[in-house]
Structures are given as C-alpha cells and as structure tokens.
Design a protein around this ligand. Structure first.
Ligand code: SAM
Ligand code: SF4
Ligand code: SF4
Length: 336
C-alpha cells in the first residue's frame, strides 16, 4: 500500500497559492518591508493549478486527508474556484478548507462552496475599525470582513474566526471578540503571536499565552473542555456551557505540539516544507517541470518526509529565536 511508504503520519497539507496580499498586517507583512518595491513571485514561478492538483493527489495517496489553501491572500489568485474543483475530485481527500482575510468573500463565497470548499477560516483581530485599519496596514475597516463572514454563512460554508493576539496591540479585544463570536455562533480561535519569518520583530514578551487568555475568558464565561476531535488537531477547544458554540486556542508558543504534528506545507513556488519554521524548502516544482513521473514525485515526497525531525516550537527559547531569526521563511510565503 502506498501509505505504508511513510514511517510517520502525514495527514494535513497546507498549500500557499500566492505570496501577495491586499493587507499588510503588522505581525505578518509589515508595510515598511513589504513596500511598493517588494519583489513578489512572478506568475511563471507560481505552481499552476495542474501542478498543484498533481502534487496534492500524490500527497493524498500518501495519507493526506485534509488540504487547506492559504497565502498571502489566496482569494487574490485568479479563478481559485477552478483549483478547488480540481482538488475536490481527488479520491480520498476528505476536507478542503481555506484561510482568508475575508475581504473578497462577498464576491466569491458561493462559487467557492459550489466548487467543493467546505470551510473557511476568516482572520479578524479586532472589531475596532481604527485599530483594524492600523493592524492591516491599509486602513481597511472591519466592514468588508464582516460582509465576508455574512457571505460565507449564506453560502453554507463552515466558519472559524482567527484572531492573532499580540500584547499591546489588540489584547483589549479578547473579550469583545469572544462576545461577538459567541453571539454570532462562530468558533473563535485565539492564535498566539508567532516568530514566523524574520520581519515581524517578534519578541517573547509580545506573546499573550493561551493560559492568560483562558483565565480572562473564565472570569467572564462558563467554559467546558472538549477533547481533540482527531490526532494532530492543533487547537485546544472549549464550549460555552449551555451552547454548542466553541472557542479554541492555537498555543504554538506556550504549549507546543510538535510531537503530534502531521502537517506538511507547499509554498506558492513549489517548495515542500516539513515545518513552518524551516529556512529552506525542498524543490518539487522544477523536479516536475523537468519531467518527473508520479512514482518519482512520490519517492521524493517520501524521502523528504521520512527523515523529518522538526520540533522547532518544542525547542523555542528567546535564545534559539535570536540564532535562527535570519533563516526562516516568511508567513506570507508559506501561509501559516
Ligand atoms: N491572508 C490570509 C489570512 O490572513 O487569513 C491567509 C494567510 S495568513 C498568513 C494565515 C494565518 O496566519 C492568518 O490567520 C493570520 O492571522 C496568521 N498569522 C499571520 N502572521 C502570524 C504570526 N506572526 N503569528 C501567528 N499567526 C499569524
Ligand atoms: Fe495578508 Fe493574511 Fe498576512 Fe494579513 S495575515 S498580511 S491578510 S497574508
Ligand atoms: Fe509542526 Fe514545526 Fe509547528 Fe512543531 S514547529 S508543530 S514541527 S510546524
């Protein structure tokens, strides 16, 4: 059986379809670095939809059950529903999801759903327009994102809201976001600010931990712990008592989960990364363009995944961050 070629589980593939974005979030693509002269990837360097589909099919044969499309902003990639349609036809793929800033959902949510998309994670870090405009670096208000959430609801997509929490930036928004999402019946995920890439000026002191957020929520809501839905689920989830609304935490910094990490990543220009914090990826695009067969691609993926020893977050300290700072891939490139 093909799945037996891997000696460690690989369940989850995250595919970045584009490195560009219409936002410049301070914690992801700071505007002073990703300015008008920043050299984004030319189209010829991006994987085509046919190439993505082929690679995805091989990953599914090797055990991947879930694919999440991301970016940059994935909805900026032309005709994304066409890619979703192609991926939906892959035998054995159980779930296709998308992470987006939501701005283009009013235009695209229905097409995405019809193409086979099941779920969206929509990023929203505050309900305060002035602060949101400052965080996204473009002065955009929450209005288009809230319209995007509404459009996703109307299209029948599953929705989660992603909120990155950074000390001194949006920590005062923890409770208003909880209230809002609870009322709207939306699952909110608090994400600890991470040291992805080398441009966002990350400091350990800027991290508000899962425990701190949880304690604050506990003072204001009654919460019940709900277990992990499957091996490798990264969010720790709770339910507001008496409701079926959940809230989750991605505690990558304070309570890392490398030992159960079953996720590989494919960058927009066709590099495979076995960890979000890798410096270099493994090329697959040029290998394919040079005429590799499916069997050769399968062997390549196997030889990349099997020796994997990544446990960056388990080993992270203020010291390791300093040493590794210059070598990591940017979030906008690999997609979170
Ligand atoms: N543009 C889309 C969006 O914002 O949802 C998709 C790409 S974005 C890189 C994927 C996720 O990573 C978003 O939820 C974003 O908030 C999160 N993210 C970006 N930079 C982060 C950081 N430094 N620490 C933690 N999460 C981060
Ligand atoms: Fe763009 Fe998403 Fe990064 Fe914000 S978090 S800059 S929306 S890629
Ligand atoms: Fe997986 Fe790397 Fe994150 Fe650890 S640090 S959970 S190995 S992606």
């Amino acid at each position: 059986m093909i799945k037996d070629q891997l000696n460690r589980p690989l369940r989850d593939l995250r595919i970045s379809v584009i490195d560009r974005c219409n936002f410049r979030c301070t914690y992801c693509m700071p505007a002073d670095i990703f300015g008008p002269d920043f050299a984004f990837l030319p189209k010829s360097e991006l994987l085509s939809y046919e190439e993505i589909e082929r690679i995805a099919r091989i990953f599914v044969e090797l055990g991947v059950e879930k694919i999440r499309l991301t970016g940059g902003e994935p909805l900026l990639r032309k005709d994304l529903p066409v890619l979703i349609q192609k991926l939906s036809a892959i035998d054995g793929l159980e779930d296709i999801a998308l992470t987006t800033n939501g701005v283009m959902l009013p235009k695209l949510a229905l097409q995405l759903k019809e193409a086979g998309l099941k779920r969206v994670n929509i990023s929203l870090d505050t309900l305060n327009d002035a602060l949101f405009g400052q965080i996204n670096g473009r002065g955009v208000t929450t209005k288009p994102v809230l319209s995007g959430i509404q459009a996703a609801k109307e299209a029948g997509l599953g929705i989660k809201i992603n909120m990155v929490v950074k000390k001194g930036l949006n920590d005062q928004e923890i409770l208003p976001m909880a209230e809002f999402c609870k009322q709207e019946g939306l699952e909110l995920r608090y994400i600890e600010f991470m040291d992805v890439g080398s441009t966002n000026g990350w400091k350990m002191d800027d991290v508000i931990t899962k425990k701190e957020i949880y304690e604050l929520l506990k003072e204001n809501f009654e919460l019940e712990h709900t277990g992990a839905a499957y091996f490798g689920e990264v969010a720790k989830r709770y339910r507001y008592s008496g409701t079926d609304v959940h809230v989750g935490f991605i505690s990558s910094v304070s309570e890392s989960f490398c030992s159960s990490c079953t996720r590989s990543r494919l960058s927009a220009n066709g590099q495979i990364f076995t960890c979000l914090f890798n410096g270099n990826g493994h090329d697959i695009r040029d290998f394919i363009r040079a005429g590799a067969s499916d069997e050769e691609i399968r062997q390549r993926v196997t030889s990349i995944w099997n020796p994997r020893l990544d446990r960056y977050s388990d080993e992270r300290t203020a010291e390791t961050v300093k040493i590794k700072r210059t070598k990591k891939i940017e979030m906008s490139y690999i997609g979170g």
